[in-house]
Design a protein around this ligand. Structure first.
Ligand SMILES: [Zn+2]
Ligand SMILES: [Zn+2]
Length: 347
């Protein structure tokens, strides 16, 4: 099969013929019809993640058709249309046993812990735990856009964040996860304040249902004060969708009493949490990490009904041959929206 392979971190990836994958006894091989290009792939290529063995094939936001099935798989057949969460669980550890596959103790991530989906075929392990069926009529590009950023936002807003109609939700950072969170919160009947420094991102946030869009670079009084003013006392739920010390602290300070902060963005440089405020206002500080396959049906139903429209986030489709340039450009050319790769499309 053809795949995007890198031999060294930070060096140009190339398109290469590599052996076709074979399914593990409890796994499947998926013919990749669409796979999202994500900043995490760029970090992996740069060598920022431990655990990637070289040579390597990136790609973790995939959808496609099952091409081969291991002998121990009970629930799936060749020809089924599927996607997977970017965190693939073992199905047997203590976390998996209580239904929390998104924090599985032996979790794997295609494109990180093993070869991923920037290829014509990709293996998926523990298929009965991790595969999600695509509703009839859902395009592969839409499905590929769900697995990482959209599903993460869904669990952060609806799951960990427990959003309710009429509440004010502040979203700090309007990249892929943040814009998804804006759309999901608005669809849940919440009133959304979007915060970013990019006029383009704020414009998209308005399109996706934000009632208020705040340019953080033009608020001399500070972001939290502006959120308190816009919401008449502070947000009920606030998310740091970027993962920076300043957006984390702004999010917590944006809350009214007994509000919920959900940390979605990773915080590689650490955080400053105003604990005095957490205590005095009885704030809740929550983390959110992907979403288990068995939690997908509620999200899929809202997509199928048109209440959620993740396809609006897909702004470009490219072939496998265009991946090396697109991957290397991710750092300098931040895309608004999601780019989807179609490895099996006719050239
Ligand atoms: Zn991703
Ligand atoms: Zn597990």
């Amino acid at each position: 099969m053809r795949a995007v392979v890198f031999q060294e971190f930070g060096k140009r990836p190339e398109i290469r013929e590599v052996p076709d994958p074979v399914p593990a006894p409890d796994g499947v091989v998926v013919k990749v019809e669409a796979t999202g290009l994500c900043r995490s792939d760029w970090h992996g290529w740069m060598g920022h993640d431990s655990g990637i063995a070289l040579p390597h094939v990136p790609g973790h936001e995939l959808s496609g058709v099952i091409a081969a099935v291991g002998a121990g798989v009970t629930g799936w057949s060749a020809g089924d249309r599927v996607t997977v969460p970017f965190i693939c669980a073992c199905g047997r550890c203590a976390a998996c046993s209580r239904g929390a596959q998104q924090v599985c103790e032996r979790q794997e991530q295609p494109g990180f812990t093993h070869w991923g989906s920037f290829a014509e075929y990709v293996p998926v392990h523990h298929a009965d735990t991790n595969l999600v069926a695509l509703p009839d009529g859902m395009p592969y590009a839409t499905a590929a856009s769900l697995g990482c950023r959209f599903a993460t936002a869904f669990r952060a807003v609806a799951g960990q964040g427990r959003v309710r109609p009429g509440e004010w939700v502040a979203v700090h950072g309007c990249g892929g996860v943040g814009l998804s969170a804006v759309m999901i919160a608005a669809a849940a009947g919440a009133r959304v304040v979007a915060v970013d420094v990019s006029p383009g991102a704020l414009e998209l946030a308005r399109t996706f249902g934000a009632e208020v869009a705040l340019d953080a670079s033009a608020l001399p009084g500070g972001v939290p004060e502006a959120v308190h003013e816009a919401t008449g006392g502070g947000a009920h739920l606030s998310l740091d969708a970027l993962g920076a010390a300043v957006t984390c602290e702004n999010s917590i300070r944006s809350l009214r009493s007994q509000g919920r902060h959900v940390q979605v963005g990773l915080l590689p440089s650490g955080a400053h949490v105003p604990m005095d405020r957490v205590v005095a206002l009885e704030l809740e500080i929550l983390g959110s990490h992907g979403m288990a396959a068995h939690d997908y049906p509620a999200m899929m139903a809202m997509v199928a009904s048109g209440a959620l429209r993740p396809e609006l986030l897909v702004t470009a489709e490219i072939t496998l041959d265009a991946v090396p340039d697109a991957l290397m450009a991710l750092d300098t050319a931040p895309a608004t929206g999601v780019t989807v790769i179609t490895p099996n499309a006719a050239p």
